[in-house]
Design a protein. Structure first.
Length: 109
C-alpha cells in the first residue's frame, strides 16, 4: 500500500472574523492555519474522532491547546476548508497563512 501526500497547497488569506471558505482543488485531510499577528495557530485533520473537537484545536503563543467547535475552528470540506470565528484561525483584518494537504492514507491520530 502506498502512502504520503497526494496534494498540498500553501497560501494566505485575510481574516474576517466571520466564517469563510478557502477554495482548493482537492479535498483536504489536514489543514494548519497560522495567525501571523500573534503566532497562534489552528489545526484539523480527518481522523479527529472526538466530537468536542470537530473544529480541530488551537494553540496560542504561550503553548496552551484548546479544542474548537466547528463554528469556531477549521472544517474540512469538498475542494475547500472553512475557517470559523476564532481569532486564532480567522482574526479580522489579519494575515493568515495556511498549508492544506490531501493524503491517500489517513493521518494517524
Amino acid at each position: 500500500m502506498s502512502s504520503g501526500v497526494l496534494k498540498m497547497k500553501a497560501g494566505s488569506f485575510i481574516g474576517t472574523g466571520a466564517a469563510q471558505d478557502i477554495k482548493l482543488n482537492f479535498n483536504p485531510t489536514f489543514v494548519h492555519v497560522i495567525n501571523t499577528d500573534d503566532l497562534s495557530e489552528c489545526m484539523n485533520h480527518i481522523n479527529n474522532d472526538v466530537s468536542t473537537k470537530e473544529g480541530g484545536f488551537k494553540r496560542v503563543a504561550a503553548g496552551t491547546r484548546t479544542a474548537l467547535a466547528a463554528a469556531a475552528g477549521i472544517t474540512l470540506g469538498d475542494n475547500k476548508f472553512s475557517v470559523g470565528t476564532d481569532a486564532s484561525c480567522n482574526d479580522s483584518g489579519k494575515k493568515m497563512l495556511y498549508v492544506a494537504y490531501e493524503c491517500n492514507d489517513q493521518i494517524a491520530s
